[in-house]
Design a protein around this ligand. Structure first.
Ligand code: BJW
Ligand code: ZN
Length: 244
């Protein structure tokens, strides 16, 4: 199966990857829906929404500070590096990720489409203020602060620059991802439950346009029914073998 997947990739014309929280699990970043994916027993739908932020911004910020701390302590794993290497070899044309952890870029992937934003950026809940905390060297300050962060322009609350349930994905980003999927003849789907839309349309678009779907996951997902090749296992281990 792994050999078949490697062959498909090697012969592809425009391969892309579509990744989710499972690709970062071996880096120590908790997933959303796994058995240890939940934070203090809250479901993602109870934390990653506008309503939750309006009702209890302190709870939502606690959650994001906890996640940022985990992500800060994380390094890319062999799966992230394998995708960067496949791009370097000219095989992989883009990584479309639902993750907000920056690990694909850290591993050296150049063409990364972040569908759900980035945890190292914040924006104002009311005005157009945005800030990249990583570039400004302010990540630790944010993570360690006990106060709710406020906008320097208008005084409203700042929020993580990520996409919550019920919010539209950035239009240009989604269009870019869908265009890549339409062009693609092989999509490597790694570590996603494939339950969250519109992101989960990506492999379906590839399939509809005649492309092949290779899935890597420790269990089955919403994408498994359309997978041409299903590789059961940990992303880091399977991807290291594919590259061999
Ligand atoms: C391993 C592994 C290892 C573990 N190796 N594998 C159509 C149909 C139905 C519903 C909808 C629809 N369209 C919209 C909706 C509503 C909603 C939705 O999809 N709901 C479903 C849950 C039913 N979607 C939305 O609300 C989206 N917005 C939208 O549609 O807006 C419409 C609109 C238009 C115009 C104006 C206004 C509105 C937005 C969705 C945003 C999702 N946001 C989050 C949080 C992001 C910020 C953050 O990170 O904090 O995104 S929620 C969370 O889920 C996060 C993830 O990116 C996303 C997906 O999760 P993922 O990555 O799949 O993780 P898990 O944990 O679910 O799965 C891990 C997988 O890895 C598992 O399969 C494991 O087996 C596997 N695994 N270890 C390999 N070592
Ligand atoms: Zn503001």
């Amino acid at each position: 199966m792994i050999e078949e997947a490697a062959k498909l990739l090697a012969r592809s014309r425009f391969a892309i990857a579509f990744t989710g929280a499972g690709i970062s699990a071996e880096s120590g970043v908790p997933t959303f829906r796994g058995k240890d994916g939940l934070w203090r027993h809250y479901k993602p739908e109870e934390l990653a929404t506008q309503e939750a932020f309006e009702r209890n911004p302190a709870l939502v910020w606690d959650f994001y500070r906890w996640r940022t701390r985990k992500i800060l302590g994380a390094k890319p794993n062999p799966a992230h590096y394998a995708l960067a290497e496949l791009e370097r070899l000219g095989i992989l044309k883009a990584v479309i990720t639902q993750n907000v952890d920056d690990l694909h870029r850290e591993a050296g992937s150049g063409n990364v489409v972040e569908l759900h934003g980035n945890i190292f950026r914040v924006r104002c809940a009311s005005c157009s203020y945005r800030e990249n905390l990583k570039e400004n060297g302010r990540v630790r300050e944010f993570v360690n602060s006990k106060d709710l962060p406020r906008c320097p322009q208008c005084g409203s609350l700042l929020r993580p620059d990520v996409v919550w349930f019920g919010e539209a994905l950035p239009r240009a980003t989604l269009e870019r991802a869908f265009k890549l999927a339409e062009k693609s003849d092989v999509v490597l789907v790694i570590g996603t439950s494939g339950l969250v839309y519109p992101a989960a349309y990506i492999p379906y678009i590839v399939k509809e346009h005649g492309g092949k779907v290779i899935e890597v996951n420790v269990g089955s997902s919403g994408i498994t029914p359309i997978a041409d090749i299903f590789l059961r296992g940990k992303a880091g281990e399977v991807m290291a073998k594919i590259l061999d």
